[in-house]
Design a protein around this ligand. Sequence first.
Ligand code: SF4
Length: 366
Amino acid sequence: MREIPDWLTDNRETMALAAMLAPPYASDSLEALAAESRAITLRRFGRTMTLYAPLYLSNYCSSGCVYCGFASDRKTLRHRLEPDEIVRELKAMKKLGISDILLLTGERTAAADFDYLRKSVEIAAQEMQRVSVEAFPMSVSEYRALADCGCTGITIYQETYNRERYEALHRWGPKKDYIDRLETPARALEGGIKNVGLGVLFGLSDPVEDALALYRHLRYLGRTWWRAGMSLSFPRMRPQTGGYEPPFPVDDHLLARMIFAFRIALPDTELVLSTRESAAYRDGMAGLGITRMSIESRTTVGGYDNPENKEEGQFEIFDDRTAKEFCTALRKKNIEPVFKNWEPAYNGPSDGNKTTMHHGEAETCH
Ligand code: SF4
């Protein structure tokens, strides 16, 4: 078994963050952290919120993650979107105002392998401003090929950094390889992917230990790929087929403390909150540290072109407001929803379908 690298266990770097996260909370009350986090967010990101939506391409999976509704032992109906269906889904998403998309699959299978994913990225890049992928770990050359097709970002969560818990939770399949997963974001950056999103699934293991390891991982990547875009997500376990109950539940207060502490520790990093959280919680966190949110999420394969789709998704979503309703709620808080970002400007002039945008020229929903 390969050893855990030193950078993941060096706690000198995380002392300030630990003081904000671990009882008895040596540094500051929640209110004081919220005020500081809010001020930093306003200074660095202004009154904006970038928005994206997930599109599940396939629910085939070869792994047995105990907490997931798509694990290979679940009796879920399996299918994948074919190219014409992907196009229909993308067009339905565009009608909702979405231009920033996250394509998802399970672990690598014959039905949804690298070639399938690459083709899907190619199709999505024709329609969308920004295309990211949350799928299986790949090699450097595979990431390079994805980047060449228009993939600008990947999301890959370690789920938990506690190796023993990781071993127990990932019962079989390629995802069982802890070190391979840990090294995946670095391979993606090496392959030319410009943005990586990291996270842990809160509820699986000690949340504070996981948060500190997550911070070290991000700092490690930042030291080598200092020009890369980084984002952090804060997903909490949601009900799912299989009924796994999280043994380390994270309550609203601790999650808020995490968000504020990370904003203070990492002022320029994009912090993401998904529709796993309730409408009230998301509205509360907008402007206080979170700078990116998902909208109109479906966790079924497809589901935008056919909203009547009743199949079970990977997990239940909580905030099911429409994009319009969500934008209205943001504007009430004086926050401007942003559907396009500066990615084309960042990438330099590319194809004529994509608008080059400059800071301050964000396209927003109406
Ligand atoms: S979390 Fe991902 S890898 Fe694990 S069972 Fe679910 S889809 Fe498969």
